[in-house]
Each structure stands twice: as C-alpha cells, then as structure tokens.
Design a protein around this ligand. Structure first.
Ligand code: COA
Length: 688
C-alpha cells in the first residue's frame, strides 16, 4: 500500500510512502480515500494527520499527467472532496518539500504544521501547467492575491517561515507529526466548526482590479509567449472576482487547457531530459564521486573569477592562481563588483558575500595547490599555454586531483597528453557569466575515467549547475552547433535581411536575444578570433561581415557600435552597419531581396538541428535531449519550445528535411540533411 494507516492513540496517521518523491500516484490517492473513510468511521478516532515517509509529496505523478493515469479515479479532486466532507479535523505534517499537488493536498487540510527546513509551493508553471486541484484558489484565500501572484506565476518555493508569515501554514515545529497530532486533537476537543481554506473570504474581498491588471502586464513581458503564468494569473483573478464554485471550475478549465498545450509537453520533456542528462552509460550509481573539498582555478579573468565564485557560493574553499599579484587584485576586484551587483539587485544577502569572499584565496605559486581536489584552468584559448599549465598542475597538484579545463573548443586529449594522469583530465565548460549561467558542459577525453566523469557530474549539482556530458570535438555540443546558426545569420544579411529583422524573428520565437545582438554583446573581435581557429569544410566559406565589423572597430556594445548602434544598453538600427553589409552583398555579386520571416526562422534553426543530428551520429552527445538541455541553459533557446531537437520533432522532421533539400543546391553542403536526421524522420523521432 502506498499510503499506510496507523493509530497514534486517538489520531489516525495516514503516511504516504511512494518513493522517490512520494508523488500522488493512483495507489496513493486510493490509500488516502480509504484512510479518511476508515478514520471517519472509527469512533475511537478524533482527528487525522496526513504525513509522509520522508518528504511530503512533491506533486502529482508527472508520468501520470503524461499518460493520463492522473485522471483515473479517485483523482486528487475526489480525495479533496472526501477530506472536506469529513467531520473530523485533518492536519498536514509537512517535512521536506510539499510541492504542486502535494501542497494542494496540504492546503485542503484544516491546518498545517511544517518542519523549520520544509519548503512548499506550486511550481506547476515550470512544467507548463497551473495547479488543477484548487491550489490557486486556496492559496489566494489564505494568503491574498499579491502573494499568490508572486509565488504561483513564478512557481517559486517558499521556506516554512515565509509560509507561516503569509498564513499558509499554522505552525512550525521540530517534530511536525507530533505537533500535527496534538493540533488535530485540540481542534477536535474545541468542538468549534472546522475552518476550510476554500471557505475563507477575508483575503479576497475588495481586491483592487488594478493589481491584477498590473501583474498581467508584468507577466506578459517577463514570460513573453508563455501560457501557464498568464493562466495562473487568470485563476487568481477568478478567486477574487467570481463566486467560489465558478472560480474553482475556471481553474480546472485553465489547468486542462495548459495540460493540452504544446508548451506543457515541451517543458515536461525538459524536466525529464535534465534528469536523464545526469546519467552516463558505464558510470553507474555505485561509482561514488570523489569528494571535492578544495578547489583551484587557474586564471583570474572573467571566466576564472566566475568559476571561483561558483565554488565559494557552494561553500567550497577555492584558490585563484594567476601570474601576478596585480592580475589577482584585478580579478578579485571584479569578483567583488559582481557580488555587489547581486546584493544591489536583492539577489544575495550582504553577509553571504563576506562569507563567500572569505573562501576565495589567491596565489601566484603552483606549490600552493598541494592540497586541492580539483584544479580548473580558465585562461584564454592558447593551446601551448594550456599545455604548459597542465604540466605544472600535474607536477604540483596531489595525485588524486582532477585537472579540468574550461576550454570552449580545444582538444581535451592534447591537453591531457601534457600530464601523467590523462584519466583525471576532463573538460568543464562553464558559460559566461559563470556564476549565473546554469549549464556545465563536461567534456570527456579519450582517456577520462568513469570516476572522473562521476565526480564532475556530481560537482555540477553541488555548484547548482545542470550538467551535460559532451564528447571531445571542435566546439563540443554547444559551440559546434552555434557556429552554423551564427554563420547563417550573416548569410541572411548578405542576401537582404537586416540585423533588426533577424533578431526580431528569433526573439519572437522565444530566444532571449537574437544572434546579432548576441554577437554585439560578446564582442565582434572575440567572435572573429574564435572563428579564425575553427575548421571549415573545403567548399564552405565564412561571410566576411563579422571580420569587417571587427576590423572597423565595430566591436559591439563595448565600443558603442557593431551590428547596432548603442545608447547605453539600448540598441538602435545603424545605417552605417547596414552600409557595411550592403557593400559585402555588392562585392559578392548578391542581389539583395526581401526575405520572409519564416525563411529566416528556418534558415537559422534548421542548421542547428542538422548539426545536432551529426553530433548524435558521432556520439558527441549521448541523447537528443542532452542537446536540448545545452541549448536551453547555455544559449537561450526557449525552454517552453523544448530545445532544438524536441522542437524539430514537433515541427516535423520530414518537413525540415524538405526545406533543407530545397536549399542545398544553392546554399551549399551544410544544407544536406544528416544521415541521423533522415533516420529519425523515418522512425518518427530521435529515440524511437
Ligand atoms: N512525479 C514523478 N516523478 C518525479 C516527480 C513527480 N512529481 N518529481 C520528481 N520525480 C522523479 C524524477 O524524475 C527523478 O527520477 P529519476 O531518479 O528516475 O531520474 C526522481 O524523482 C528524483 O527527482 P530529482 O529531481 O532528481 O531529485 P531532487 O532531489 O533533485 O529534487 C524535487 C526533488 C521534488 C524538488 C524535484 O524533483 C521537483 O521539483 N519535482 C517536480 C515538482 C513539481 O513540479 N511538482 C508539480 C507536479 S505537477
């Protein structure tokens, strides 16, 4: 039985036991209904406690939402109806995380007690859903619309103390089960009427309609293109403006609408893909990662400093090594500035900064690295310099230490060959700004050991990052795909598009930033320098546009002009940039034409998918989902479209092949569909 029933004196305890996260699967729901009926029928029982073995339920069973079992009776709404119709008090005892349907279950109880470290919330929007079992209604009735809008439209988790402040729970106790039983008993003994959250009205009366309107505007901007946050807002509005039964019905209707949406399918794919990406064939759960107690980062520039911050934020002492005291002082200064910016934005408490800074040491001597468990090199992309650094690291770091490189494209094996421990050499490719971006692309060299891989995959999670494993090739997963996306944007410019048009199309698709605005942000000199190191197929060519931009000092945001002209961070169309582009078209003998938005989208996204297919074919990525995770977390692909590979599958792989074949004769070999793409089209998906 997934819900155990036991008596503790005159209180019935229903204990949910459904590992790993006590999701509200069918068996659990059945057990709850039976338990409540049994307790109601037992004259010796005064009250009921709903708790769980380990953590309170983390929600509906996600797999059941996808396969429809979540709709097999008794559904959660039936359980709640049973709870609300019982005459005996029901109290939730919350430990761990009460999320989604789990929190909805708790909100249906007559009272809630949580442990001090418990967290709770309604994260459904992150899966493209809204709560569908009265969560938006009961939350709003207990805590008011403002708190509901903030928490539910973002899907944030609330710590117990905040939940208590908001009136979502009734008490915090070290032993929530005992306290919940005592509360159930005292509610029963008081003989007063039992209060239900669904019947509370004091927080939903006289709500200013302007509040909802303002939120709706804010959400339209913050979650551009996304359905669920707006529907959550609609449901909260209904709680304040409609009659109770009608408002509950509307919430359910919005829930079902979201459930049927492609965005829900995409976001659930992302949820699973993120978890799958942690798993590496041949690296079993029995292979314990090496403990990382101390780290070193070589190079105190932007990347090195950001990586050091990641360790410090996770409470791991880290030593920054650079060639001179001046370089280190400069690097530390930049770290301080970044922390100060986080404090100013309210993202970080001031005390936390002092604590983190106290964990960052500096040195100019490799001898100081004698006790580190990992050293991550983050100097600029100079292969000779990297080899020299690795030789020194090999000499001075302890024998067990992992030596990692943050290179974004260089050959891991060449770097590993400079050491006597290639099995402990690995790529750990962070994304800029490293202390913010969540992706960690770990790169496996030919000799990297399973133990080393297990360690860097686990390290990613310790640092709060999302890991994906990539094979060793030029550009790994992310940058290798990006080069075709970026290159195609310039081809479109040559043919007649403008930077504004290209960026508008991509941003309307859902990317945070279009490719040309992105180039300007990264620096066109940097982009050009990276491109020079790239291999190119013999019959391919780079557009000269990027090089011209760099040579003419149009470096992007940092020089105030690039593909755009900048006033502060505000970008404006720049006739001079367009003149440069038009000159290139003329020189190449290309007659500029009007390009439709659909063509722009296809021309930019299809090469991404095709290169992704080649990456799969070559085993550089283990799964199509891994590529999606890379693109969503490292390159701004909208999560609600599921990543490039998932998007392609939804779009129709056959359709993509068709457009590519049309373009191949005029646009070159890169438009020939990869074998793996054709195979997937035949099989109807990447994995089937
Ligand atoms: N239903 C079914 N399975 C779930 C689940 C759910 N609601 N939530 C998590 N799982 C599974 C995961 O898929 C994973 O499976 P795996 O081991 O086969 O990969 C396992 O439980 C552990 O989850 P994971 O996320 O790796 O563990 P964690 O300790 O890092 O985080 C949670 C635990 C509960 C915080 C996190 O899983 C989470 O946020 N879950 C979703 C909560 C949610 O959105 N609920 C609303 C559902 S509508």
């Amino acid at each position: 039985m997934a819900t155990n029933y036991r008596l503790e004196a005159d209180v019935a305890v229903l204990e949910i036991d459904n590992p790993p996260v006590n999701a509200l699967s069918l068996l659990v729901r059945e057990g709850l209904v039976q338990g409540i009926r049994r307790a109601a029928a037992d004259g010796a029982v005064k009250g009921i406690v709903i708790g769980a073995r380990g953590s309170f339920p983390a929600g509906a069973d996600i797999n059941e939402i996808a396969n429809g079992l979540a709709f097999a009776p008794p559904i959660l709404l039936d359980v709640q109806a049973e709870m609300e119709s019982t005459a005996k008090p029901i109290v939730a005892a919350i430990c761990g995380t009460a999320l989604g349907g789990g929190f909805e279950l708790a909100l249906t109880c007559h009272a809630r007690v949580a442990s001090p470290d418990a967290r709770m919330g309604l994260p459904e929007v992150k899966l493209g859903l809204i709560p569908g079992a009265g969560g938006t209604q009961r939350f709003t009735r207990l805590a008011g619309p403002e708190a509901a809008l903030e928490a539910i439209t973002s899907g944030m988790n609330l710590p117990a103390a905040r939940a208590l402040d908001l009136g979502l729970i009734d008490a915090i106790a070290a032993d929530p089960l005992a306290e919940a039983a005592a509360l159930a008993r005292s509610l029963a003994n008081s003989g007063g009427p039992l209060r239900l959250a669904s019947e509370r009205t004091d927080r939903i009366m006289g709500v200013d309609p302007g509040l909802i309107a303002a939120w709706r505007q804010k959400l339209a901007k913050r979650y551009r293109g996304q359905l669920a946050p707006l529907r959550a807002c609609d449901a909260i509005e209904a709680a304040c403006t409609r009659e109770r039964a009608e408002a509950f019905k509307l919430e359910r209707q919005y829930y079902l609408e979201c459930r049927e949406s492609p965005q829900r399918r995409a976001l659930m794919h992302v949820f699973h893909a993120e978890r799958e990406a942690r798993k590496i064939p041949g690296v079993g759960a029995d292979l314990a990662p090496q403990p990382i107690r101390r780290a070193a980062v070589i190079g105190s520039g932007t990347m090195g400093g950001g990586i050091a911050m990641c360790f410090a934020d996770a409470g791991i002492p880290v030593t920054l090594l650079d060639v001179s005291r001046e370089a280190l002082a400069h690097g530390l200064g930049a770290i301080r500035e970044r922390y100060a910016a986080s404090v100013a934005r309210g993202r970080l408490a001031k005390e936390k900064v002092e604590w983190a800074l106290s964990l960052i040491g500096t040195t100019t001597e490799y001898e100081a690295l004698a006790n580190v468990d990992i050293a991550i090199e983050a100097v600029f992309e100079d292969p000779a310099l990297k080899r020299e650094i690795f030789t020194k690291l090999d000499r001075h770091a302890p024998a067990h230490a992992i030596l990692a490189t943050n290179t974004s494209s260089l050959d891991i094996d060449t770097i590993a060959a400079a050491t006597s421990r290639p099995q402990q050499v690995v790529g750990t490719h962070f994304f800029s700004p490293a202390h913010v971006m969540r992706l960690l692309e770990n790169v496996r060299g030919a000799q990297t050991s399973p133990q080393t891989l297990a360690t860097v995959m686990a390290l990613a999670r310790t640092l709060g990052k999302i890991p994906v494993l990539a094979g060793n090739c030029d550009g790994f997963i992310g940058n290798r795909m990006l080069q075709y996306y970026g290159a195609e944007a310039e081809r479109l410019l040559e043919e007649g598009a403008t930077p504004e048009q290209i960026d508008r199309v991509i941003e309307a698709f859902g990317f945070a930033m279009g490719p040309l605005a992105m180039r300007d942000l990264a620096g066109n000199d940097v982009g050009w320098a990276i491109r020079r190191n790239r291999r190119l197929a013999p019959d391919e060519r780079w557009s000269p546009i990027l090089q011209r931009m760099a040579e003419q000092g149009r470096l992007g945001q940092k020089s105030g002009r690039g593909f755009y002209r900048y006033e502060g961070r505000e970008r404006r169309a720049d006739p001079e940039a367009l003149a440069l582009i038009e000159a290139v078209s003329r020189e190449l003998g290309i007659e500029r034409r009007q390009i439709a938005d659909e063509e722009i989208l296809a021309r930019l996204l299809h090469p991404l998918v095709n290169e992704g297919a080649k990456i799969l074919e070559e085993g550089i990525a283990l799964r199509a989902g891994d590529i999606d995770i890379v693109y969503i977390n490292g390159y701004g692909f909208p999560a609600y479209k599921g990543g490039p590979m998932f998007w392609a599958q939804q779009e129709g792989l056959g359709k993509i092949i068709e457009t590519m074949e049309k373009l191949a004769p005029s646009h070159g070999r890169r438009w020939l569909p990869a074998q793996r793409l054709r195979q997937a089209a035949e099989k109807g998906g990447w994995t089937s």
